[in-house]
Design a protein around this ligand. Structure first.
Ligand code: HAM
Length: 419
C-alpha cells in the first residue's frame, strides 16, 4: 500500500472546516488592511532562494527540494514565500504602483525537515508582505495584523516577541562583538555552534542546546549596537506598538532563521512551547529586493503556518463553524425509468441552485436511503415507476421520516426554502 510521503499529510473533508475557517479569517484581515492576494508558482529558479534566503541558512543548506528539470535548469520547490513575492514585484514593475504594495498569499511550502508534531515537509503558509516603504509605522501595521490574526481565530495565551537586528551598516560591528564573546567560550559550545561561529554567529543566539542557551543569556545584545538610524526606527516602532496596545516582549535572542532580515524581527509563540512551535514570524527585509537585482526597496512582512494554527485551535478546544452538508437533497430511484428521470432531475435541481447527489447504485430503496442518512443530507427525492408515469416525486424529510408526493416544481420550492 502507498502512503503519503513522510512529513506530508492529507487534509480530509472532516478536517477542512478548520482550513476554511482560517482562510476566511485571514482573507478578511487582509481585506481590512488593503492587502491583495498574489499567487506565485510552486517552483522557482533555485538561485532565487540561494540568493534571497541566504547560503548559510538551514533552509538553503539542508532543506530545499531542488531538482534539475528536463531542460537542465535547477528548480526548487518554494521553501518560503517572501523571495517569490519580491521576484514577482520586480518582474511586474510593481515599483510603479503606489507604495507600499500590500500583498498576501496562502500557499504550500516545502522543506526537507525532520518531521514531528507541527513540523512537516509540506506545510501551508498564510503570509503578507508590504513592499516599498521603510517607515516603522508599516512594521507596526504588519505586527498588529499578525497579532489580530490569532485574536480573530480565538487563540489565547500567545506571546509577541520582538527584536531589532540592525542593518548592513551596524550589524558587522555587532557580529564582531558576538564572535569575540563566543570565541572565548567556543570549547563549551555544541559542534553546530562551533561551526557557525565564523559564518553565521547570529544563529548561536537561538541554539536550543542547554549549554548554548546559557551562553546566549550573557551574549552581547543587538539593540546595544544599533546605528542611530536603526535605533530611531526601533524606538518609533515601539511608540506605535504601544499606541496599538500590543503586548510585546523584547527578546534579545530572537534572530530568525532567514538571512534577509534587517532591523525589526518578531514572532508569535504559544505559551510554554519551544521555538519550533512558533505560530508565525516575520520582520523587515530592506535589502532583499536589491539582492534580487532591483533598486533599494524597503519591505516588511510576516507568515504563519496553517497546520500550527489548526493544532492550536484544537488544543485550545475552540469550536469552529462546521461546513455545509454534502448536498441539499439525495435522489433515490427504483427501476431504470426512474433512474433516467433522476439523472434529469438532479441536473435540473443543480441548475436551480439546489445541491443534489444522485444515488450511484440501483440497490434497494432502503439501502439508498441509508446512504443518504450517512451523508448527512436533510432530504431525499424518491422516484419509482409510478412517479415517472404521473410526473411527480416523493420528498422525504430524512430526520422526521415524513414523505409527501408533489410535483418537481413544488419540491424545488420546498428545497429552496430549506437551502
Ligand atoms: P518562517 O519562520 O520560516 O518564516 O516560517 C513562517 C511560519 O511557517 C513558522 O512560524 C511556522 O508557523 C510555519 N512553518 C515553518 N516551517 C514549518 C514546517 N516545517 N512545518 C509546519 N509549519 C512550518 C518565513 O518563511 C518567512 N518567509 C516569513 C516572512 C514573511 N518574513 C517576512 N515576510
Amino acid at each position: 500500500m502507498y502512503q503519503a510521503p513522510r512529513g506530508t499529510s492529507d487534509i480530509l473533508p472532516e478536517e477542512h472546516p478548520y482550513w476554511t475557517y482560517i482562510e476566511e479569517k485571514a482573507s478578511e484581515l487582509c481585506r481590512l488592511h488593503g492587502y491583495r492576494r498574489i499567487e506565485t508558482p510552486v517552483f522557482e529558479d533555485a538561485r532565487l532562494f540561494i540568493r534571497g534566503v541566504g547560503e548559510g541558512t538551514d533552509i538553503v543548506e539542508k532543506e530545499m527540494y531542488t531538482f534539475e528539470d528536463r531542460g537542465g535548469d535547477l528548480m526548487t520547490l518554494r521553501p518560503e514565500g517572501t523571495a517569490p513575492v519580491c521576484r514577482a514585484y520586480l518582474e511586474h514593475g510593481m515599483h510603479n504602483l503606489p507604495q507600499p504594495v500590500r500583498l498576501y498569499y496562502i500557499a504550500p511550502i516545502f522543506r526537507y525537515e525532520r518531521p514531528q508534531a507541527g513540523r512537516y515537509r509540506q506545510h501551508q503558509q498564510f503570509g503578507f508582505e508590504a513592499i516599498g516603504e521603510g517607515d516603522p509605522a508599516l512594521d507596526a501595521e504588519v505586527i498588529d495584523m499578525a497579532w489580530q490574526l490569532f485574536a480573530r481565530l480565538g487563540l489565547k495565551g500567545l506571546y509577541l516577541v520582538l527584536n531589532s537586528i540592525g542593518c548592513p551598516k551596524c550589524r558587522p560591528g555587532y557580529l564582531a562583538q558576538l564572535r569575540s564573546y563566543y570565541g572565548k567560550i567556543a570549547a563549551g559550545l555544541c559542534p553546530d555552534c562551533q561551526a557557525r561561529l565564523e559564518r553565521n554567529p547570529l544563529r548561536l543566539l537561538d541554539c536550543k542546546r542547554e549549554a548554548c542557551q546559557t551562553a546566549a543569556e550573557s551574549a552581547p545584545r543587538s539593540v546595544d549596537y544599533l546605528c542611530p538610524e536603526c535605533h530611531e526606527h526601533f524606538q518609533r516602532l515601539r511608540v506605535y506598538l504601544d499606541l496599538l496596545k500590543l503586548p510585546y516582549q523584547i527578546n534579545h535572542r530572537l534572530v530568525r532563521g532567514l538571512d534577509y532580515y534587517t532591523r525589526t524581527v518578531f514572532e508569535v509563540q504559544p505559551e510554554g512551547e519551544g521555538a519550533q512551535s512558533t505560530l508565525g514570524g516575520g520582520g523587515r527585509y530592506d535589502g532583499l529586493i536589491e539582492e534580487l537585482g532591483g533598486r533599494p526597496t524597503p519591505a516588511v512582512g510576516f507568515a504563519a503556518g496553517i497546520e500550527r494554527m489548526v493544532l492550536n485551535l484544537k488544543r485550545q478546544g475552540i469550536s469552529i463553524p462546521q461546513g455545509p452538508p454534502a448536498a441539499d437533497v439525495y435522489l433515490a430511484h427504483v427501476g431504470q425509468g426512474a433512474k433516467e428521470r433522476a439523472v434529469e432531475l438532479a441536473s435540473w435541481l443543480r441548475g436551480n441552485g439546489v445541491g443534489a447527489i444522485l444515488s450511484g447504485s440501483s440497490r434497494s430503496l432502503k439501502a439508498q436511503l441509508r446512504q443518504a442518512n450517512a451523508l448527512g443530507v436533510a432530504h431525499a427525492l424518491i422516484l419509482g415507476e409510478d412517479e415517472v408515469k404521473r410526473g411527480t416525486v416523493i420528498l422525504r424529510d430524512m430526520a422526521r421520516g415524513e414523505q409527501q408526493v408533489m410535483t418537481p416544481e413544488q419540491a424545488l420550492q420546498a428545497l429552496r426554502g430549506v437551502v
